[in-house]
Design a protein around this ligand. Structure first.
Ligand SMILES: Cc1cc2nc3c(=O)[nH]c(=O)nc-3n(C[C@H](O)[C@H](O)[C@H](O)COP(=O)(O)OP(=O)(O)OC[C@H]3O[C@@H](n4cnc5c(N)ncnc54)[C@H](O)[C@@H]3O)c2cc1C
Length: 367
């Protein structure tokens, strides 16, 4: 078997895999974990910080764990195995007029397990927040191969821990009724107007998304060379409805491939408080760093060329000076380890020692 595809994730960091195993059942996950010394857990491999990149160990790929189980239409919950792809879940739920509302742009490939492990956010963060908020319980295989169900109080040992504490094998998710949405594309004249309008849109009662495109990105998409906002509403407020609405959302999904084609292969995800966004976006503009992002929650995606490592470090200093977080949604993995605050690192080390004392899972990640 060619191991190469499993030695990367979307961060483009290259690792080394000893073997790749595709458990077909949760029972198989338990026996693989019990008998393997070191494991890297892999969902869809869309992570952007190297979390699923192996370090000479066994890759446990969850792609065969794709059973969609009990659907409770009354309580609006569904039980799913970890390897279920988000869009497959949405397609299943459509028949019942239900949906899972967290929507990362990697929805065609990312898995529910990966979304819980990274606590994925996405374009509808202003209304629906992060994945963990929508999990009622999760089932986790620990380093001895034992399975345990974790409810609200214990879940934080696993959500946003990027797989360093255990293998998430199953989850019960809360759902919402399927929404009919509309959207508007709004050009703005400058950063002041962009930020003022963002605040206004955030307080609109039916808003579900406010996305930002900078001038460079807008031009690349064939729009006017201006900042633009994409505002989505869960009623008829937006100007674009039905096919026009879908076209606009598809245009938003083209941003990543567009910037990659232009050579901006590296993506970052700092998160800033709204009142620091003007300073940050001005800095990016001066440095000619293209960006877009979930501006409603302060997550910006600046893009860099592969030889711009120094510029990324410079940007992280600016983020910290402005009181921001170095990662708003993509996680730490290997890529951002050097930027983690020592205090945060100590907290994570303690959780790791408690949940995975043998350092079996995803060693070398985050801490
Ligand atoms: C084009 C593109 C757009 C993206 N857009 C967004 C976005 O809008 N919002 C966002 O938050 N992220 C986004 N991402 C990042 C990424 O898609 C998310 O982090 C996603 O949740 C990862 O899911 P995955 O199944 O691909 O996980 P992987 O990449 O396979 O793994 C990610 C991490 O989770 C761990 N993991 C995976 N499955 C499990 C499991 N079952 N148990 C324990 N640990 C596990 C891995 O070890 C790794 O550390 C984007 C990525 C791409 C490439």
């Amino acid at each position: 078997m060619n191991l190469l595809p499993y030695e990367y994730d979307a961060s483009q960091i290259k690792g080394k895999a000893k073997q790749v195993i595709f458990p077909q059942s949760i029972g198989q996950v338990k026996s693989i974990v019990a008998t393997s010394p070191k494991i890297t857990i892999r969902g869809g491999g869309t992570g952007l910080s190297g979390g699923a990149v192996p370090n000479g160990d066994i890759v446990l790929d969850t792609s065969k764990l794709k059973k969609i189980g009990k659907l409770d239409q009354q309580r609006k919950t569904v039980e799913v195995e970890a390897g279920v792809i988000l869009d497959d879940l949405e397609a299943f739920l459509e028949d019942y007029n239900l949906e899972f509302p967290v929507n990362p742009s990697s929805h065609t490939i990312c898995t529910i397990g990966g979304m819980i492990a990274t606590d994925a956010v996405g374009s509808r963060a202003i209304k629906y927040g992060a994945t963990s908020k929508w999990a009622r319980w999760i089932e986790v295989v620990d380093s001895k191969g034992n399975i345990g169900r974790k409810g609200a109080t214990e879940m934080s040992d696993y959500t946003n821990m990027e797989g360093i504490t255990g293998v998430i094998v199953k989850a019960c998710l809360n759902l919402i009724p399927k929404q009919k949405r509309t959207a508007s594309l709004i050009p703005v004249k400058d950063l002041d107007e962009l930020l003022e309008l963002t605040q206004k849109l955030k307080s609109h009662e039916s808003i579900s998304m406010v996305e930002m495109l900078d001038e460079f990105t807008s031009k690349g998409l064939g729009l006017e060379e201006k900042y633009h906002l994409i505002a989505e509403f869960e009623d008829n407020t937006g100007k674009m409805k039905d096919e026009k609405y879908t076209e606009l959302l598809n245009l938003r999904d083209k941003v990543g491939p567009l910037l990659s084609r232009e050579g901006y292969l590296m993506i970052e995800d700092p998160k800033l408080h709204h009142n620091k966004l003007k300073d940050f976006l001005t800095w990016l503009k001066i440095k000619k760093i293209p960006c877009f992002g979930h501006i409603s929650v302060g997550i910006i995606h600046p893009r860099f060329k592969p030889n711009e490592e120094k510029l990324i470090s410079e940007m992280m200093k600016v983020v910290k000076k402005l009181g921001g977080q170095v990662s708003g949604e993509h996680g730490i993995g290997i890529l951002k380890k050097k930027f983690v605050d020592p205090q945060d690192k100590n907290i994570i080390i303690n959780v790791k020692k408690r949940t995975d004392p043998e350092n079996k899972f995803n060693s070398g990640k985050i801490i």
